[in-house]
Design a protein around this ligand. Structure first.
Ligand code: SF4
Ligand code: SF4
Length: 288
């Protein structure tokens, strides 16, 4: 089963939920936790394990071969991302804008734009008791998260069977990276907080998940902090509130020292039990 933990904005507690849920479920079964927030992965701050595998990840970009080019301009015409441009007697490629779609390369009449690999990031795989923890990180200057997210999910799919519980800590927001991270999920847990900003970003996240036709539930973090509008919105839109993690000073203290919270605070553990029940209630394998 694949579970994506997502939120409309950063700082709502997505990583807290991902790491604590993984450790909680791992008390009884194998769990694969993958940090797909490749610009700033931080699940590793809360889970340390033994590094068992590391690999560089590459994307492909076109490289201009001046000697073969007739300066026909076709490459610029076909690129939807303005990543290749004809400037005077030169063809400029902008790797940070390139989506590696091959269009310019394939349609170049003289094969003057062969695709070459370029390092975009690193993937690391750690093992700690029942948890396989995988994280990928973009190298400095690399702006496109989607290719690395895609390759990281492929690594997980290749190395773990569908029987494993796979938890994906998704990037924040509602743009292409979060879509890539959640589109294959069986269930999406949206983490929010009971504030005006939290509600606004939750609405955007719900809209995105509805477009992707995803089953979802909401986890309210820092419950008790703001108002009841998130609860009202979920009720009106028939979205289940799976758990409410209380707003407690002790949680902030544990978080800032890199500790898990469910094992330290009984009230919080009960909320993670509710999340577990929700997951198993929505497991497609269970309903077969
Ligand atoms: S399509 Fe090929 S030949 Fe034409 S301008 Fe681009 S690189 Fe040069
Ligand atoms: S590979 Fe695709 S995105 Fe990249 S420069 Fe060529 S046409 Fe543009």
């Amino acid at each position: 089963m694949k579970i994506a933990i997502a939120s409309g904005k950063g700082g709502t507690g997505k990583t807290t939920v991902s790491t604590n849920l993984s450790a909680f479920l791992a008390e009884n079964q194998s769990v694969v936790l993958t940090d797909l927030d490749v610009e700033e992965p931080n699940s590793g701050l809360f889970l340390s394990g033994k590094l068992i595998h590391a690999e560089d990840k590459f994307k492909v970009i076109p490289e201009w071969k001046k000697e073969d080019c007739t300066l026909c301009g076709k490459c610029q015409e076909v690129c939807n991302f303005n990543a290749v441009m004809k400037l005077g007697k030169m063809i400029m490629v902008f790797p940070e804008l390139c989506h590696g779609c091959y269009a310019c390369s394939e349609l170049c009449p003289t094969n003057a734009l062969p695709m070459i690999p370029k390092k975009m990031g690193e993937l690391k795989h750690y093992k700690l008791s029942n948890i396989d923890f995988i994280e990928s990180k973009l190298i400095i200057g690399e702006e496109q998260a989607v290719p690395l997210i895609k390759q990281t999910i492929q690594y997980v799919d290749k190395n773990f069977s569908n029987d494993a519980i796979k938890i994906f800590d998704s990037p924040p927001g509602t743009s292409c990276p979060v879509i890539e991270a959640t589109k294959g999920a069986d269930l999406v847990l949206l983490v929010t907080e009971p504030t005006l900003f939290g509600l606004n970003d939750l609405k955007l996240a719900v809209e995105t998940m509805n477009i992707l036709n995803k089953k979802m539930g909401v986890i309210i973090n820092r419950f008790g902090l703001g108002d009841q509008n998130v609860e009202k919105y979920c009720k009106e839109n028939n979205i289940e509130i799976v758990a409410k993690i209380p707003n407690m000073r002790k949680i902030a203290e544990l978080y800032s020292s890199g500790k898990l919270i469910y094992s330290e605070i009984e009230e919080v553990k009960k909320e993670f039990e509710k999340i577990k029940d929700f997951i198993f209630k929505n497991n497609p394998e269970e309903s077969k």
